[in-house]
Write a protein that binds this ligand. Structure first.
Ligand SMILES: C[S@@+](CC[C@H](N)C(=O)[O-])C[C@H]1O[C@@H](n2cnc3c(N)ncnc32)[C@H](O)[C@@H]1O
Length: 262
């Protein structure tokens, strides 16, 4: 049986590129570039790259980027957009829970819930972080955004979703389970062909201390967490309960170097 995130992203790529939350790509890439010291010799893995908006923008800026995603239709649009712009980008169909990369990339990005936090179990979400860690070279940087558990603790998720629902999309019910920090949502969406689909989503919100602990477990150091602002990622924005998403930046430990703590 298909999971909700497989059904959602099937034939949804055009609509996806029109979503409000996908309009901050250039500013987000400015931040990524600054984090990488604008060193264009670096290689970047875009996990859950979707329609390739960051993959393509970073490739245009001169970086070597590989994009991976689970969805054929998201990847088809990514390839089509890259081709139109004369870019040769390696987009691969891969499951982030089973990545084949070992010490290959200088940086990994996983933005706008590129797999992590969408999986049906916490173990699967952890596998994604583990595979991101494995894909990085020593001292490689992981940059990702994920749902901020402080937000539902302080707000009504239902009100938030109703306020942010988009044209052609209607939310019919939401619940947030405080035992698992999972939000269950029922929504009707219209795909690129005008077909209506019922989606029952199940997304995991993480509190910052969990993220820090998970990343430490995987050997990351210098773990920094900020509020993630659409199109304006910054180290100047401390995370608060007003941020729906958090921005996480962490460095993979150099296994050869002595480690004196976090
Ligand atoms: C919300 S989109 C984010 C796409 C892109 N990172 C962006 O910022 O626009 C989530 C993407 O994650 C992909 N995805 C979900 N689960 C995945 C998994 N296990 N492995 C790889 N990709 C996955 C979906 O197909 C979808 O394209």
């Amino acid at each position: 049986m298909k999971q909700w995130y497989e059904t959602l992203f099937e034939n949804y790529a055009k609509k996806y590129d029109e979503e409000v939350y996908t309009q901050g790509t250039a500013g987000e890439c400015d931040f990524i570039e600054a984090e990488l010291g604008r060193d264009k010799s670096l290689t970047i893995l875009d996990i859950g790259c979707g329609t390739g908006r960051h993959t393509i923008e970073l490739a245009k800026r001169g970086y070597t980027v590989v994009g991976i995603d689970l969805s054929d239709s998201q990847l088809a649009r990514a390839r089509e957009k890259a081709e139109r712009q004369g870019l040769h980008i390696d987009f691969k169909k891969l499951d982030a829970r089973e990545l084949p990369f070992e010490n290959e990339f200088d940086a990994a990005i996983m933005l706008c819930e590129g797999g992590f936090s969408l999986m049906e179990t916490d173990e699967m979400n952890f596998e994604i972080l583990k595979n991101a860690a494995n894909a990085l070279k020593d001292n490689g940087k992981l940059i990702f955004t994920t749902l901020n558990g402080l937000f539902p603790l302080h707000h009504s998720v239902q009100k938030f979703c109703a306020a942010s629902s988009l044209e052609g999309e209607s939310f019919s019910g939401h619940s947030f389970d405080l035992m698992t920090f999972r939000e269950y949502g029922a929504a009707t969406i219209t795909d690129d062909f005008g077909n209506q689909k019922e989606i029952i989503s199940n997304e995991r919100y993480y509190v910052p201390s969990e993220i820090t602990w998970l990343l430490k477990t995987l050997g990351f150091k210098k773990i920094c967490i900020y509020g993630a602002r659409l199109g304006a990622f910054s180290r100047e924005r401390p995370l608060s309960a007003e941020d729906f998403e958090m921005l996480v930046i962490a460095e993979k430990q150099d296994r050869a170097a002595p480690f004196y703590g976090f």
